[in-house]
Design a binder for this molecule. Sequence first.
Ligand SMILES: *Cc1c(COP(=O)(O)O)cnc(C)c1O
Length: 360
Amino acid sequence: MERVYNFSAGPSMLPVEVLEQAAKEMVCYKDSGMSVMEMSHRSAVYEDIINRAETSLREIMNIPSNYKVLFLQGGASSQFAMVPLNLMKGSKKADYLLTGEWSKKAIAEAKRYGEVKVIASSEDKVFSYIPEYNKADFTKDADYFHITSNNTIFGTKFTELPDVGDVPLVADMSSNILSEVIDVSKYGIIYAGAQKNMGPAGLTVIIIREDLIGNEMDITPTMFKYSTHAKNGSMFNTPPTYAIYIAGLVFDWIKSKGGLAVVEKINNEKANLLYNFLDDSELFKGTVEKKDRSLMNVCFVLPNAELDSKFIKEAGKLGFVNLKGHRSVGGMRASIYNAMPIEGVQKLVDFMKSFETENK
Ligand SMILES: *Cc1c(COP(=O)(O)O)cnc(C)c1O
């Protein structure tokens, strides 16, 4: 069978070149005589794999030397607790912007450990926009300020970062890490589950400024302390070895494309193809405020739920799969992460055009 165009929100498409290389090396990695899955994480050959993955990521994101990169497990969802446990050490206060289901979960978890202030929310309109906020409302002595930089379910993203001054900015970047050039030095912590734009599920990448490590609450479990993992080069316990290996191949793939600036340009072209079509269409409608549109998750609807299901069904037959929107929003969502080629988006738009002609 041929590969389909997979618009899944996550786990999602990986570059075919990466899958092919992994297939080549699956049974016997280089001259190790074994698969990456079978090797000790403390062997020299594996050390080389994890070190190269980190070096590659540092290079493509231009990560400053006073930041640590951690390769952990537990998903972005574990970070919802790990962030407050490690950072709520001063005033025990934190500010959050409520922009979707993932921020809601992050807020609920942080409330278990300290005082959380929701500075602004877009829940009144099903999280279809990034809310305005007033800097005067920010907590001056907050231990950190948390945002979800891209809202996977609703298809919005921050185009401008809140001006938090000296308060560390923490970003859940699960669904837009590596989608565009960012300035890492603006953040205290960036965290992301790998399964959207970096690799297979099972790996969570944390990029953390060094001064934020080591001040965790006493109750923090050893495995939930950033210091535990920073001190041990992400090898306090067995890291997700194979997922790190694949992520390393994905980082190399980004380098081979010309880096994040090139990837960002392609991502803009891909997203514009879809958004321009949605803006011109009389049948399809984007669900998000234009200024806040995500580059990675494009949400849209047809005039009624019957047409939505008809569209999803017909698209599936043509090899455009996983277009159904999240159960909390309905409609459609096309997730177009880095690995989705521009042809996939162009062909989807062509199909949407013919669907519109037939169903007007
Ligand atoms: C997918 C996702 C999560 C959840 O990630 P897990 O790795 O499954 O815990 C959290 N935040 C955002 C923005 C996501 O897209």
